[in-house]
Design a protein around this ligand. Structure first.
Ligand code: COI
Length: 349
């Protein structure tokens, strides 16, 4: 079914110095919103950014039917705007929605919504080298009912915010062996709000102990690395890029996938497999060069400086010639048009 997206624009807020603000603090001028009712998507609109009115009974407020995606738009060398890997984000969004019993958004509606919104707010895409526009698509259950049920009504929305470095400094992380993020059969691969809410408490404990994030381990042995706070976990050990395989409990990261493809093209050794913290200890204690980093849309490549395993801290290699920075640079070059987009990852508006 074709959807017409109406546009109501206003130009009241000016683009200000967005670089000095925390990630995601300031929305752009407009947003997209569509309603799902009676089994259909309707009232698709790009409108000035505004607060929502929801019934206190809205099911999303009680039972966690919320799903989101995060993607980014970049200004290219020639001044055009590129939305990176919109199709892969759409696929993951659709899988997350399926897992949470929420209705799919037709791909054309998803693409058109983002396209029209980013085009209208194009002045908000940072021109600086380290800047991009973070695009948050999300859906919430809005049927008003206290009874526990799958909602029959939803809102699908898109909002944007100028983004710069997510983590200002290399990270200090702690291997987490008491709490788990996800278990097999759970919602670990879905980008649903509950996965993030459940991570706050262990992360807060890690912060109190002097770390920025946790590195989650598996729920059965508490031994194999899963992912980190908002990112997939990746390592270079002896020049081999190692990252946990997509086991069903971690996110199928778009940045992860892009970096793996770039690494393979560069002829690097790449292994998607289980990696235990014991293996990390052996590598550190054998004096091997270990690079560790998080990969995510918001974080891009976030170097890890210290990994705490039990009571011992191990130092990772973060010097400028580290291999992770080569991958980071190649990725940016594709996004900004400095390198050819052989995978057709760029969606230029
Ligand atoms: C992203 O990288 O898009 C994320 O989902 C991380 C985030 C929660 C800011």
């Amino acid at each position: 079914m074709e959807h017409t997206i109406s546009i109501t624009s206003q130009a009241e807020r000016k683009v200000t110095d967005t670089k000095s603000l925390p990630f995601g603090k300031i929305p752009t001028e407009h947003m997209f919103i569509a309603e799902y009712k009676n089994g259909q998507w309707q009232n698709a609109q790009v409108v000035p950014f505004h607060d929502l009115t929801l019934s206190p009974l809205a099911l999303c407020l009680h039972y966690g039917q919320t799903v989101f995606e995060g993607m980014k738009a970049f200004v290219m060398e020639d001044g055009r705007i590129n939305i990176f890997r919109m199709d892969k984000h759409y696929d993951r969004f659709t899988k997350s929605l399926f897992r949470m019993c929420m209705p799919a958004v037709p791909q054309k509606l998803f693409n058109d919504a983002i396209h029209k919104l980013v085009k209208l707010d194009a002045d908000w895409v940072p021109r600086e080298d380290d800047g991009s526009l973070y695009i948050r698509t999300f859906m919430i259950a809005t049927e008003d009912r206290i009874g526990v049920k799958i909602s029959d009504e939803y809102l699908f929305m898109v909002v944007c915010s100028p983004a710069f470095q997510y983590y200002a400094q290399p990270l200090r992380v702690k291997i987490e062996t008491n709490f788990v993020r996800a278990a097999e059969g759970g919602t670990g691969t879905a980008k649903c709000g509950g996965n993030y809410g459940g991570a706050f408490y262990p992360t807060q404990l890690a912060r109190e102990a002097g770390y920025d994030q946790v590195l989650w381990t598996d729920s059965i042995h508490n031994e194999f690395i899963e992912e980190s706070g908002t990112m997939n976990a990746m390592f270079f050990i002896d020049n081999t890029l190692i990252t946990p395989m997509l086991s069903g409990t971690i996110l199928d990261g778009v940045t992860r996938d892009s970096l793996l493809a770039i690494a393979r093209e560069k002829g690097m050794n790449v292994e998607e497999r289980q990696i235990s913290y014991e293996e990390l200890i052996r590598a550190f204690e054998a004096g091997k060069r270990v690079e560790a980093f998080g990969a995510g849309t918001a974080a891009v490549v976030a170097p890890i400086e210290v990994i705490a395993i039990g009571h011992k801290e191990y130092k990772c290699y973060i010097e400028p010639d580290a291999m992770m920075y080569q991958l980071q640079k190649d990725l940016l070059n594709i996004r900004t048009g400095l390198a050819p987009d052989t995978h057709k990852w760029n969606f230029i508006i």
